[in-house]
Design a protein around this ligand. Structure first.
Ligand code: HEM
Ligand code: HEM
Length: 186
């Protein structure tokens, strides 16, 4: 098992963070869709609480992921791909990180500015870093909603590109994010 990244592929820690966060994001989107349709009551608030706690978890995971990324070499772009494609991939990755930060931060501001506290899975009460401010809460809500559309679009481009590498170019890029041997580079 290769724990760290090297110049050719991502290591196990990066794989676990990438796919673990993928699962967390699916749970966030599913809980967001369901919670808004529930009638007002305990069930609805419990699901809001779950969504908020998981969103805070995502924020910690993205910090962890960025730190690990800073401490490891980044696999180089495949030499077979033109420079514009490598630049486009790097730009999409950068934007994904931006949205991965904006989503939980706007969620935090929206909740706290509305005057609702945030308890992380009932274990830890987060400090209220902004005061009650309905106008700010509404702006943060719009940002949360529009960046969720941005995330859909970016993940669509990103996952589509991964499939194109896997099934059309067959160049081993997908294996760099999977814990299986890469026939081209291992
Ligand atoms: C990466 C993290 C997150 C993702 C991907 C995410 C995703 C979403 C999505 C897709 C929606 C539905 C938006 C719509 O109306 O179309 C939503 C709503 C919401 N999210 Fe998040 N969320 C995240 C983090 C958070 C956090 C950290 C909080 C609060 C602490 C939060 C609080 C809320 C609330 C209160 C709503 C409902 C807004 C309303 O009443 O319309 N979210 N979220
Ligand atoms: C079916 C879904 C997905 C597939 C097939 C996929 C596939 C991949 C692959 C193959 C790579 C490595 C690219 C390379 O070696 O240059 C990668 C990197 C990356 N993926 Fe995904 N991914 C998916 C979902 C997601 C999601 C949901 C996010 C974030 C919300 C995400 C964020 C990233 C980021 C930021 C990188 C760059 C890693 C870094 O430089 O730190 N991916 N993905």
């Amino acid at each position: 098992m290769q724990i760290r990244n090297n110049g050719m592929r991502f290591g196990t820690v990066a794989h676990v963070l990438h796919w673990g966060m993928f699962a967390v994001f699916i749970a966030l989107f599913v809980s967001a869709e369901i919670m808004q349709d529930l009638p007002k009551g305990e069930e609805r608030w419990a699901l809001y609480g779950f969504h908020k706690s998981l969103g805070v978890t995502a924020l910690f995971l993205v910090f962890l992921r960025l730190s690990w990324r800073g401490l490891n070499p980044l696999p180089e772009g495949s030499g077979n791909n033109p420079a514009w494609q490598r630049s486009l991939a790097a730009a999409v990755h950068l934007l994904l990180y931006v949205v991965m930060l904006v989503m939980p931060l706007s969620g935090y501001v929206m909740s706290v500015a509305h005057g609702y506290g945030i308890e992380w899975f009932g274990l830890w009460e987060l400090p209220d870093l902004v005061g009650k401010d309905e106008a700010l809460a509404e702006q943060a809500k719009q940002l949360h909603i529009y960046s969720s559309y941005g995330l859909y679009a970016l993940v669509g481009i990103h996952a589509g590109a991964a499939m194109w590498h896997q099934f059309v170019l067959k160049d081993g890029i997908m294996q760099r994010m999977l814990s299986v041997k890469n026939p081209l580079t291992d």
